[in-house]
Write a protein that binds this ligand. Structure first.
Ligand code: ADP
Length: 161
């Protein structure tokens, strides 16, 4: 039987425990999951592509069926190239729904064989996103329960400069 492969795309600036919660759930449902950095030249992230990839690689080092990649341009083209038949997205609240709905249907229009799968994180992560982590860390707040120790260290370095 063909391997079931999913991709989990995002900006991951930086990766949070909310992202990792979704990734763990996905890794139990699929044979292989590729967590992939979506490079968007219109956005100026806090962390570089290399930094974000390092954070992800560190976070998934004990997840044997998860690999890390990045792509620029169309998500569906990247999915096709990897042989994935599913795209994982996280849904936190109703506020995520409208954008995610639009994205999923547009992706389905591009390739009807690739299905978007929405997963919900543990409720303790439902109000978490990378933006709030960056904001709180910038002002020296405690974000240690929402990110990996490696990301915490690098956030401290970034804002102590
Ligand atoms: P964000 O800037 O919102 O964190 P990303 O592009 O990094 O967004 O997120 C990639 C995917 O992970 C999106 O589907 C997003 O909804 C989901 N996601 C982000 N944070 C969480 C969280 N705390 N819990 C569940 N899903 C999340």
């Amino acid at each position: 039987m063909a391997e079931k492969i999913a991709i989990y795309p995002g900006t991951f600036d930086p990766i949070t425990l909310g992202h990792l919660d979704i990734l763990k759930r996905a890794s139990k449902l699929f044979d292989r999951v590729i967590i992939t950095l979506a490079i968007n030249s219109n956005k100026t992230p806090l962390f570089s592509k290399e930094e974000r990839l390092n954070f992800i690689a560190d976070a998934v080092k004990n997840m044997p069926n998860v690999s890390v990649d990045s792509f620029e341009g169309m998500l569906i083209k990247f999915a096709e190239k990897t042989g994935a038949n599913a795209v994982i997205r996280g849904l936190r609240a109703i506020s995520d729904f409208e954008f995610e709905f639009q994205l999923a249907l547009m992706n389905r229009k591009q390739n009807g064989d690739i299905t978007t799968v929405f997963l919900m994180p543990n409720e303790k992560y439902t109000y978490l996103n990378s933006t709030i982590i960056r904001e709180v860390a910038k002002f020296g707040g405690d974000v240690s329960s929402f990110i990996t120790p490696f990301v915490e260290e690098k956030l401290k370095e970034k804002f102590s400069k």
